[in-house]
Design a protein around this ligand. Structure first.
Ligand code: DQA
Length: 144
């Protein structure tokens, strides 16, 4: 069975209690369960990981180049700053990467309007909360 890696970046371990008006009440455990259920429905294995450390995300993206068919990533604040994550995604091309944000980053502070990941992602979904992860999984599964 093909595998899709779902990666979450910094502070997303706090989902449920972190700024619920922005990010909702669902926890990371809830979001990861949603992803695994959607994977089962789509016939793909879903493996979920979260880290607050940029280097972990870079390592996991590199690893996915060998063992996964695609990546769904919410890089959190690293979306707006990380050339290292941008480069890691370029390095594993043509492995498809879908970028997800729970909030609509374009409707927030100007510093969130730019994503370093978007130019190297096959697409980006933002503003739909946890549903965005399932939409991203569907989009990747459709390409497999
Ligand atoms: C986020 C948006 C980012 O700007 C922010 O730093 C996050 C979460 C989102 O899912 O909406 O940590 O990626």
């Amino acid at each position: 069975m093909k595998k899709i890696l779902v990666l979450n970046g910094p502070n997303l371990n706090l989902l449920g209690t972190r700024e619920p008006a922005v990010y909702g009440r669902e926890t990371l455990v809830d979001v990861e369960r949603l992803c695994r259920d959607e994977g089962a429905r789509l016939g793909v294995e879903v493996e979920c990981r979260q880290s607050n450390h940029e280097g972990d995300l870079v390592d996991w993206i590199q690893e996915a180049g060998d063992k996964a068919a695609g990546i769904v990533i919410n890089p959190g604040a690293y979306s707006h700053t990380s050339i290292a994550i941008h480069d890691a995604i370029r390095a594993i091309a043509p492995l498809p990467v879908a970028e997800v944000h729970l909030s609509n980053i374009h409707a927030r502070e100007p510093f969130r309007h730019v994503s370093m990941v978007a130019p190297v992602a096959v697409g980006m979904i933002c503003g739909f909360g946890p549903l965005g992860y399932t939409l991203a999984l569907q989009a990747l599964a459709a390409r497999l």
